[in-house]
Design a protein around this ligand. Sequence first.
Ligand SMILES: Cc1cc2nc3c(=O)[nH]c(=O)nc-3n(C[C@H](O)[C@H](O)[C@H](O)COP(=O)(O)O)c2cc1C
Length: 230
Amino acid sequence: MKKLFYILLVTGFFIGITSCEGKEPAGGQSQTETPENGGEDDGDGDENGNNNPENPNPATGDILVVYYSYTNNTHTIVTDLLTQIEADVVRIEPADKGLDYAANNYAIGSALIVAIRENPNDASSYPAIDPVEVELENYATVIVAAPLWWSNMAAPLQTFLFHHGNEMAGKNIGLFVSSASSGISGVEADARRLIPEGNFLTPSLWIRSSQTSNCHAMTTEWLENTGLIE
Ligand SMILES: Cc1cc2nc3c(=O)[nH]c(=O)nc-3n(C[C@H](O)[C@H](O)[C@H](O)COP(=O)(O)O)c2cc1C
């Protein structure tokens, strides 16, 4: 019998959104697409080798959902997902509180992503997050739910995976990404870099911010396609 618990590391203004309704960060996210790889409509993951025709059968074994959400779109989608599967949940929270990642044309978020891009193997490149208590050995499948920042995975979630990705070796990894408009291949590449031995379920799920309020049909189809529900 699977257990069900919900770890909220920080609540603050994030609490309270339980329906499939999303919020947008101010300023227009599409402006944050980067010249080198932002904005392309490439959410199928081909270039990341994410095309295994056969998913294993991940319907057995416990599921963990690990996610970060700044403006609660990803949180809303996770909340919808949890109406369909039984899973434990970890929400990652940055150690630095109250930062406005979208201010000044996303200056802080941009700086965090640039630091990781420049030195991805250096722990000091990753922003500190609140301590996370999770025993990954208990799970057969980990669903990673990520906002897209500058065509990469949001920095705080990268921090968690940098420290715990190796513990996910051999586990089924489901990835879904929330972005305003940019394709998700960069986030898929981050996930594969940070979980090098993960058994990635295909396809990844890409939900645009504008689709958040109608995410249910998309999450259901994705759960079926990846074998997470019958
Ligand atoms: C720092 C930052 C950078 C972003 N960069 C992009 C981008 O390059 N392309 C894009 O389509 N959306 C971008 N977005 C928008 C988010 O991907 C989008 O709003 C997403 O739904 C946020 O998920 P959340 O509400 O769970 O945090 C960015 C948002 C932030 C805060």
